[in-house]
Design a protein around this ligand. Structure first.
Ligand code: 5GP
Length: 197
């Protein structure tokens, strides 16, 4: 007999200050659960970093277009982060949920608050990935070599603000050591995927 599909999908919100290792962890997470997880690709007004691909890492767009899209209600959530706008496509997320998919949203704490406000608890699981300390975070941003000193200062300042919101999340994973953090994240997501909402 064919199983009846009654699940309506769930949103897995993952937030972390930049440099907390979130992007590498999420890439590895998606690789492990390739057949079950769908990553939401955000739209941003931030210029692409070297190597970033339009439509894969982000949809890059001009600020006036972004603001028009806000007015048109195209974003399920949006926020101004480090001076740039970022937003999640409402249509895409709703289509994924209707299909019963598990969607990963890599967004900041402001976006996480907006998502929690719009969906019942059982539809959203939020995970915060934190660096061991602000000092370690600064070292990682410097080692990454992708941002200027001013940008790094601004990101460290924003990270302190972001960390103050860690307690709003359902789960907090400390990324002290990549392999251990990935094991925690993979285990947690495996549990989420296998538990009916
Ligand atoms: P980055 O520019 O380093 O890729 O991302 C900067 C910050 O913006 C990160 O904290 C990231 O989680 C957040 N971000 C990326 N996309 C979105 C989005 O669609 N909505 C919100 N609220 N934040 C986002």
């Amino acid at each position: 007999m064919k199983p009846t599909v009654t699940s309506k999908g769930r949103l897995i919100v993952i937030s972390a200050p930049s440099g907390a290792g979130k992007t590498s962890l999420i890439a590895a997470l998606l690789n492990t659960h390739r057949d079950r997880l769908h990553l939401s690709v955000s739209t941003t007004t931030r210029p692409p970093r070297p190597g970033e691909v339009h439509g894969k890492d982000y949809f890059f767009c001009e600020q006036d277009i972004f603001k028009q899209r806000i007015d048109d209600g195209e974003f399920l959530e949006w926020a101004l982060v480090h001076g740039n706008y970022y937003g999640t496509s409402r249509d895409w997320i709703e289509a994924q949920l209707k299909q019963g998919n598990f969607v990963v949203l890599e967004i900041d704490w402001q976006g996480a608050q907006q998502i929690r406000a719009q969906f019942p608890n059982e539809r959203v699981v939020s995970i915060f990935i934190r660096p061991p300390s602000i000092e370690v975070l600064r070292e990682r941003l410097v080692a990454r070599g992708k941002d200027t000193a001013e940008v790094i200062d601004e990101r460290v300042r924003a990270a302190a603000e972001e960390l103050a919101h860690a307690n709003e999340f359902d789960y907090v994973i400390m990324n002290q050591e990549f392999a251990a953090a990935l094991r925690d994240l993979n285990g947690l997501v495996a549990q989420i995927i296998s538990t009916p909402a």
